[in-house]
Design a protein around this ligand. Structure first.
Ligand code: CAP
Ligand code: MG
Length: 442
């Protein structure tokens, strides 16, 4: 037992001076919750498993993390299933705790260091059975040390010249397997029929049958042609996920060929690489794909929330970020997705407020993707609103008459939803939508 306690339930944290972490904690049953919480605060700040002569009282006072709240319910802005909350209320080994970390514990502008502290060793400790990082709140000074998105929502909208409606995207399918020429052909069909953005899939980088540079050349040629023919602005999202030297080389290649956007699989490459690419000041829109996040976000009792990951992505400089659809194929509770999207879209610019203040960081545009088809469009917009990118992959290229008709059907579904006309009504006069609804329902 340490002579120092890291718990002080009378302590009042100060969001100007502390990073505040909220965790769900379940002890292994040997320690009581207070002792476990103290151990988590110690391990994630300055302590270790035993007292050490090298830790002076003065250093302890200045730098130790403080558990200032232990409660039997989640913060009101976190919806969890009643079963989990009831289980927690009945079980003395489970609690939601809040820890205040003095700002001096952190290097400004360094997400990996933050994660090594509040998201590091604590997950491995034998004294806990489960630990889930629910939220991180940052002082303004700390937030200001990050660049955030270069373009943000308004910048993306400006590039595409679209003011209020959802942006419509498509992921080329199959995920991989086609040649750059085939990508060019698909891009033409899809862009020409009402889609704004086309993107690579998360596992397409530079493969033997589809070299990155060849794809860029081919697609950019087509983009020029379509923009001329339609008078509309278009965007292609090139996946640059790779070791950083290659990522940078490819992003520069995109820029040189007139591209506006690159995609990074943020979990695969890590937020440090996102920060590094953002720092290059290439002025490209950075699209964040989150493949792999569920390895640590999906378990309700362990890991960390998508909400925390979204906060980190926005700090690091992601302009547009995958957050879920509620109605599609991927796991994602409605309240969770809404909370994440609301956070990403929130623009504090010009406001000096007392709570967490992100006024120096531009908003990030949420992306709804995964299992979407025209029939889900009205419901999706009803839940997530207009300030979102709606991505159709299989639900566009799987149209019975091919990608061009699929694109038309998706655009018709968006138009109907925005006009408040039911999809089945609109389908009576729009045959592409009619066929899509027949195949996938509504
Ligand atoms: C969607 C997608 C996206 C997922 C990612 C896929 O294709 O391309 O990667 O949406 O999920 O490969 O599944 P479909 P999330 O439209 O064909 O489903 O946005 O939830 O991170
Ligand atoms: Mg994909």
């Amino acid at each position: 037992m340490s002579k120092f306690s890291y718990v002080d339930l009378k302590f009042k944290p100060d969001l100007k001076k502390h990073i505040i972490a909220t965790y769900y904690l379940e002890t292994n049953g040997e320690d009581d919750i207070k002792t476990s919480a103290s151990k988590v605060a110690a391990e994630s700040s300055i302590g270790t498993w035993t007292d050490v002569k090298t830790l002076s009282k003065a250093t302890f006072e200045r730098l130790h993390a403080i558990v200032f709240e232990i409660s039997d319910h989640y913060p009101s802005y976190f919806r969890v299933s009643k079963t989990i909350e009831n289980k927690m209320k009945k079980d003395k080994n489970k609690a939601v705790i809040k820890i205040a970390y003095p700002l001096d514990l952190f290097e400004f502008g360094n997400i990996p260091q933050l994660l090594s502290s509040v998201g590091g060793n604590v997950f491995s400790m034998k004294c806990i059975k489960n630990l889930r990082l629910l939220d991180l709140e940052f002082p303004k000074k700390y937030i200001n040390s990050f660049q955030g998105p270069y373009h943000g929502i308004s910048g993306i909208r400006k590039k595409l010249n679209i003011k209020n409606r959802p942006l419509i995207g498509s992921i080329v399918k199959p995920k991989v397997g086609m040649t750059p020429k085939q990508y060019g052909k698909i891009a033409y069909d899809v862009w020409s029929n009402g889609i704004d953005i086309i993107k690579d899939d998360e596992n397409l980088t530079s493969l033997s049958f589809n070299k990155f540079e060849d794809r860029v050349r081919e697609v950019m040629k087509v983009k020029k042609r379509v923009e001329k023919e339609t008078g509309e602005k278009k965007m292609y999202v090139f996946n640059v996920t790779a070791p950083f030297d290659l990522m940078l080389k490819r992003a520069k290649f995109v820029k040189k060929h007139g591209g506006k956007c690159v995609m990074i699989d943020v979990v695969s490459v890590g937020m440090d690489n996102v920060q590094l690419l953002r720092k290059q000041d290439l002025k490209l829109v950075i699209h964040g794909h989150r493949a792999g996040h569920s390895a640590f976000t999906r378990n309700d009792e362990h890991g960390m929330t998508m909400y925390v990951l979204a906060k980190l992505a926005r700090l690091a400089g992601i302009d547009q970020f995958h957050t879920g659809t509620v109605v599609g194929k991927m796991d994602g509770d409605e309240d969770d997705v809404i909370r994440i999207d609301e956070f990403l879209k929130e623009d504090w610019a010009g406001f000096d407020i007392l709570e967490e203040n992100w006024s120096s960081i531009k908003p990030t545009m949420p992306i709804a993707s995964g299992g979407l088809h025209p029939g889900l469009t009205s419901k999706l917009i009803e839940i997530l609103g207009n300030n979102v990118i709606i991505n159709y992959g299989g639900g566009l290229h799987g149209h019975p008459d091919g990608s061009a008709s699929g694109a038309k059907a998706c655009r018709q579904a968006i138009d109907a939803s925005l006009k408040n006309i039911s999809l089945s009504e609109y389908a009576k006069t729009h045959k592409e939508l009619q066929k899509a609804l027949k195949k996938w329902g509504k």
